[in-house]
Design a protein around this ligand. Structure first.
Ligand code: UDP
Length: 238
């Protein structure tokens, strides 16, 4: 894999989704314990403000540039990243890989009705993967979930608790199964069919963020962070 590109102290992998998928297949075959963070500008700013969280995500095996904001920042710093690698696309790739190799997957996060629907949709579409367990993301006691994951020994654990919770959960518990652990944010909301991904034209124009904001105005917080993100990146230019 190419040299990493550091933005706000986070070393981003500089590769394509396809090459990254190939690397994940190899790691899955070797059962290497793997922690993936898919970081957008909001996460980068949060990490800047919270050193403990920054340290925790710096322990990840891969930090991927999730979102066009990170790619633009890399261009501003004259060290352009090849392409964005999102949590949703990586999760989709992992589902395909799991389906091809009949791997075990565990899903954690989202509201009870969302995770139920996500499980149904995945089982319908990926008939060859083994969905060994799941739990919604609104639990008070994590111990039964940790015990369940430990017992099932999945190859892949997708955690959708939003940041920083999902990365904290992974960092604290990844030792219980030699799996690929990935924080996937709102991906189950999309997989359940509740939230629609932006039409392709918006994706191609890199205006997915605008579409999602227009359809879900609560996402304003994500856009609000951008000026500060850019300011922090500019400071790195000197
Ligand atoms: N979520 C959860 N438990 C919590 C808080 C959030 O399961 O205590 C879920 C929420 O239902 C949603 C996802 O985590 O499915 C967060 O999605 P969002 O797009 O806000 O994630 P972000 O991109 O902020 O990490």
């Amino acid at each position: 894999m190419n040299q990493k590109i550091t933005i706000l102290d986070l070393p981003f992998i500089n590769t394509t989704q396809e090459k990254f998928n190939q690397e994940l297949v190899k790691r899955l075959q070797k059962k290497l314990n793997t922690f993936i963070v898919t970081a957008n500008p909001e996460i980068a700013v949060y990490a800047h403000d919270n050193p403990a969280y920054k340290q925790l995500i710096q322990q990840a095996d891969y930090i991927t540039p999730d979102g066009i904001g990170i790619v633009k920042a890399s261009q501003m710093l004259n060290k352009p990243l090849t392409e964005r690698i999102t949590g949703f696309d990586t999760l989709t790739s992992l589902l395909e890989i799991a389906n091809n190799h009949s791997l075990k997957i565990y899903l954690l996060g989202a509201k009870p009705e969302i995770i139920q629907q996500t499980v149904q949709n995945i089982q319908q579409k990926y008939t060859n993967l083994q969905l060994v367990g799941y739990n919604d993301g609104y639990f008070t006691d994590k111990q039964p979930i940790v015990a369940d994951i430990k017992e099932k020994q999945p190859n892949i654990v997708a955690v959708a608790l939003g940041y920083p919770k999902q990365e904290e959960f992974i960092a604290r518990n990844r030792n219980i199964s030699d799996a690929v652990w990935i924080g996937v944010g709102g991906s189950f909301d999309v997989l359940s069919g509740k939230v629609k991904r932006a039409p392709k034209i918006f994706q191609d124009l890199h205006l997915e963020w605008f579409y999602r904001f227009a359809t879900h105005p609560t996402r304003l917080k994500r856009i609000k962070v951008l000026p500060r993100f850019i300011k922090l990146v500019k400071k790195e230019q000197h």
